[in-house]
Design a protein. Structure first.
Length: 298
């Protein structure tokens, strides 16, 4: 009787929400830092990976994470969706890799790309640039499928929910990134996590603050204030128009109150990770970590 009772409890008890993980695939900038690949973040939910940006090295970083962290959703043939924050080269140089490498390795369906205006033209030109490769692989002895290299683009006309299925909702957030005409951050909501990714942006960031509002993870770009002091007037002007300083990140986090602030897209020069965290925590008391490639946050 007791066994039957316990079985009924297990049958009707609500199942635990599936865990959502954030895997840092690339925390770098255009700098050719071998320790930090180009900007790319993976949200893994219910075994599926949703990529945000496609910086240089994204497919190999995903493969490394799949092997090292035992995350099957990051295996190359399973990479089939990406959300672009904007079209700067450091955030998109991995796009041809993401289009073609998983296909060559067995992906059977097109890559879905969500991004700002211009994403369709970028995808079209990449397919055209590799047309000879496509011809050889599909008509020759390799016998590759004719779907896996294709790209289905959704250009985001305005901020708001752009994806909602399989217990995950993704909203595009308007951000300011200097003279870039259209740039987004993203809010990712699942049954067990709310994650906000800033993309490249400069304050003010009201959409980021509002979207986070006590979120589990706020992944935000940053530059070191002390590093910038050593730069030329032109470099200082550029950084202030296009990016967010440690002091400004501290102010954003103080308003948005994330459980954990993860710093990425790091423009730091010789500033150490500890020094970068200290700069932020001089004006912010919450938990701050410096994002590193192939680390998991949850």
């Amino acid at each position: 009787m007791m066994l039957k009772f316990l079985a009924l409890i297990c049958l009707f008890a609500p199942s635990a929400s599936p865990a959502t993980q954030l895997v840092m695939l690339g925390s770098g900038t255009p700098q050719a830092d071998p320790e930090r690949s180009g900007p790319a973040v993976a949200i893994v939910h219910e075994g599926k990976a949703y990529l945000f940006d496609s910086g240089p090295g994204v497919v190999r970083r995903a493969a490394a994470a799949a092997a090292r962290l035992k995350i099957a959703g990051l295996q190359a043939p399973r990479l089939n969706i990406v959300f672009l924050t904007h079209l700067h080269s450091d955030h998109t140089l991995g796009l041809p890799d993401l289009i073609f490498s998983p296909w060559v390795l067995g992906r059977q369906e097109p890559l879905r790309v969500y991004g700002p205006r211009g994403a369709q033209a970028m995808a079209d030109h990449l397919i055209q640039a590799w047309r000879e490769d496509i011809r050889i692989r599909t008509s020759g002895s390799e016998g590759r499928n004719t779907a896996g290299y294709k790209v289905v683009v959704t250009e985001i006309a305005q901020p708001g929910i752009v994806f909602a299925q399989d217990n995950i909702e993704i909203a595009a957030l308007p951000v300011h990134h200097g003279t870039v005409s259209q740039a987004f951050g993203y809010k990712i909501s699942t049954p067990d996590k709310v994650i906000v990714i800033s993309g490249d942006c400069a304050p003010p960031s009201p959409a980021i603050v509002q979207a986070c509002n006590g979120c589990d993870l706020l992944v935000h770009e940053v530059y070191s204030t002390s590093f910038l002091e050593q730069r030329s007037p032109q470099a200082k002007s550029y950084a202030r128009q296009f990016h967010t300083s440690t002091a400004e990140v501290a102010a954003i986090a103080s308003k948005s109150k994330p459980k954990t602030l993860v710093l990425y897209h790091l423009l730091t020069g010789s500033t150490t990770d500890d020094e970068l965290v200290a700069e932020v925590q001089s004006a912010y008391e919450g938990k701050v970590v410096v994002g590193r490639d192939l680390e998991v946050y949850q």
